[in-house]
Ligand binder design. Sequence first.
Ligand code: FDA
Ligand code: NAD
Length: 434
Amino acid sequence: MAEKHFKYVILGGGVAAGYAAREFVKLGLNPGELAIISKESVAPYERPALSKAYLFPQGAARLPGFHVCVGSGGERLLPEWYAEKGIELILGTEIVKADLASKTLTSAADVIIKYDILIIATGSTVIRLSDFGVQGADANNIFYLREIDDADKLVAAIHAKKDGKAVIVGGGYIGLELGAALKLNNLDVTMVYPEPWCMPRLFTAGIAAFYEGYYANKGIKIIKGTVAVGFDSDTNGDVTAVKLKDGRVLEADIVVVGVGGRPLITLFKGQVEEEKGGIKTDGFFKTSIPDIYAVGDVATFPLKLFNEQRRVEHVDHARKSAEQAVKAIKAAEEGKPIEEYDYLPYFYSRSFDLSWQFYGDNVGDTILFGDNDPTSAKPKFGTYWIKEGKVVGVFLESGSPEENKLIAKVAKLQPPVQDPEQLEKEGLAFAACV
Ligand code: FDA
Ligand code: NAD
């Protein structure tokens, strides 16, 4: 059995892994000290591209164009960069066993990898319709999107089913981004989701009404308040129809499912403390086990601003938590203190020529401002969330970079609101005065 040993191992080769590697190099890394183990066969890349530019009908993004850290305006880390720095990329390698007590990882091919310090960065996996027994959910051309291989399969199907019918199951991030991407590829798109409006985890009814109207104007059909309960397929096993709980049947050549993600922590079950579905960490991303850190989608960490433990499944936190963990590791080695993680939640999405950003927390009362008419030539609107008389969250569609900085500042500073009606009238001008 082959065996390797490294001072530092990052398990998972996604966004967090790439940003952690860059931080290690920045703070001082000797060749041979760090290895990144990834099930994927490519070096860390900016995952958000997979549901956006990767699917464009023309000028689509392809690797090596979107390796980390281009998504945050940083240097593009090509595979050669890791080689130059003496970082071993152990790609196409799935770890199937993790024994934290003996600091040993075992791969599917029985390679043993030992470490002094481990950073868990395994991210999330998709929830599958077959997980809740939806009939026929294993038919061909039913797609999920998490990794680059999934995106490649979807791109091949888009080409094979030119001008065909697509059904999107789910009205969250994947649903909205993929609905748009498939429409841009000239498929006839129908979206189906159980809630009364799209993206209910974040959107208010007012925000959602804009996107639903905009998508409808692009020719996307939206069916709400029902779920997919089964699929029909032909003799080749290719999907032909989606059966809905309300009795409707939708013809389909391609189905894309986005019904949520689940953090990948099963390898560590019973070995490390968990909270809120993730691995519990402190403000330095240290877990309950010495020398083991957890970052990105898998970490449930103290969100200082809101004084509670949270798990965040977004790219900005993946990048920043990875950097914080590496800073903490290096500082501990040098016996120096560092500041605790003080994160301002930041989410964003893009589809068609729309682009929104959100900062803070979406709790409390809401105030919608601006022009959210989906038929406007240049719609621009936002929403403030107000809790206990203070603004705690801000959403803005079509903001300029300066305006997006302003709303981030508001969410961070949480200014008091004297008169909600005045706030509605002022809209963005309120943010400019904070
Ligand atoms: P990430 O998922 O990036 O990486 C985990 C890595 O670990 C993968 O390479 C995986 O193969 C590997 N792995 C897991 N288990 C393993 C094992 N046992 N052995 C070996 N390797 C293993 N966010 C946002 O803010 N804005 C956006 O626009 C988007 N867009 C977006 C699009 C799509 C299609 C997805 C799937 C996700 C987004 N996100 C997003 C979310 C964002 O991409 C996500 O939060 C980060 O990628 C999380 O980074 P991590 O490094 O934690 O996991
Ligand atoms: P999500 O949680 O955003 O949305 C899941 C949606 O699934 C729900 O809103 C609901 O409409 C729908 N749903 C649930 N059960 C259903 C059922 N039985 N039938 C039909 N619909 C059902 O999850 P997602 O969109 O699948 O995204 C997966 C992961 O990828 C998340 O971690 C997300 O944060 C990440 N992601 C983020 C972005 C972004 O930040 N811009 C983009 C893409 C993906």
